[in-house]
Design a protein. Structure first.
Length: 365
């Protein structure tokens, strides 16, 4: 049954499915990416702040030695000096700790964004189930982790061997070097080792990141039935229905308002109702049709758009009220209203002729 269920999961996860998985703490994340980012950050901090760190640690150790040689220890002074020493030591290494913490958080944020899940923090008793524990040990995920561990050990071993081999004669010469030179040499070797290991682990982390995302997407796939059930639930949700209807009304209103500039005339009553009519004699059906209508604020918006686009606005209370109550947007004027609408259009055409005559007179004058 599990195999059949696995093979039946062929559908890409829906946004709702992804959200549920995230709430459960199930996200695609590569710990190798976090590790290599933290490693590189630590190496860079030590590289650029190494002298200050070494000086601080040296001052700390010499201070302890001097204190032990010059004072008489009592239980009270021992506690005081111990506290001071701890605070001083953490002050010295705090740049490394803070940098590592910030880079670790940044790496995690870069992979999954801001993420917090109560369910992921809750104790799961299934994890202490011996049978499930055995299954996890022999799972494909555990096998991948085992292979990654072997590859890491091999990479570190090969790089470590090559770096030490290249400096083997310098190691033999350390016995005659000054202490400062020995420390500088060891620091240089460790830095070289860290850089080469980091470069190798970057490629391994990239491969692990790709694998984690692939494995995550595969595991959260859905069956066709799950997708259908989710769609059925969404359609039956009153909030979703209300949201869909609201969006449909908004879209319809936007389309209606976009048609007002193409109207021939707007009939009003005059304040509460506005109906925009379009008349195109060259169309197959030469009957005027309603392209927009509304009352109160919508009516005011229609009249404003009409004025902005030089569309005539004519007051006819009975006609405006009747057209608004009996016709929907997109419907043609029925024959019963032809006479009343024809009179309105005649006024419009007369106004247009008068405007044209006035402009011609002014042009010739």
């Amino acid at each position: 049954m599990p195999d059949q269920d696995k093979h039946s999961r062929t559908e890409a996860p829906t946004p709702k499915k992804r959200k549920k998985e995230r709430e459960k703490g199930n996200v695609a994340r590569s710990m190798d990416v976090n590790s290599v980012v933290v490693l590189i950050a630590g190496i860079l901090v030590i590289k650029f702040m190494g002298k200050n760190l070494l000086s601080g640690i040296s001052h700390f150790t010499s201070g302890i030695y001097t204190t032990l040689m010059t004072i008489q220890l009592t239980p009270e002074s021992t506690v005081q000096y111990t506290q001071n020493g701890i605070w001083y030591f953490f002050g010295v290494i705090s740049p490394i700790l803070v940098t590592i913490m910030i880079m670790g958080l940044a790496s995690n944020f870069g992979q999954v964004g801001f993420f917090y899940s109560k369910k992921a923090l809750a104790p799961k008793f299934s994890k202490i189930n011996p049978l499930k524990g055995i299954k996890r040990i022999f799972s494909s995920k555990s096998l991948v982790e085992l292979v990654k561990g072997i590859i890491k050990i091999t990479i570190i071993g090969i790089i470590g061997y090559s770096v030490i081999k290249s400096h083997i004669y310098d190691f033999f010469s350390m016995s005659v070097m000054p202490t400062a030179a020995v420390l500088s040499f060891i620091a240089g070797v460790l830095f070289e080792l860290g850089v080469k290991i980091s470069i190798a682990l970057i490629f391994l982390a990239a491969a692990d990141y790709a694998w984690q995302n692939y494995d995550y997407e595969k595991n959260i796939k859905m069956t066709k039935q799950e997708v259908k059930d989710e769609q059925r639930q969404e359609r039956g949700n009153p909030e979703v229905k209300g949201r869909v209807k609201s969006l449909q009304r908004q879209l319809s209103r936007t389309r209606m308002m976009n048609a007002v500039p193409d109207a021939t005339v707007v009939v009003t009553n005059p304040t509460h109702i506005a109906v925009a009519l379009q008349y195109a004699p060259n169309e197959p059906s030469d009957a005027p049709k309603v392209v927009a209508k509304g009352q109160r604020k919508t009516a005011e918006r229609i009249k404003l758009l009409a004025k902005e686009n030089n569309i005539p606005v004519i007051e006819d209370k009975p006609l405006a009220r009747t057209l608004f109550q009996t016709l929907e947007v997109g419907m043609e004027i029925p024959p019963i209203f032809y006479q009343a609408v024809a009179e309105i259009l005649a006024k419009v055409f007369q106004m247009q002729r008068n405007n044209h005559y006035s402009k011609s007179t002014l042009a010739h004058g």
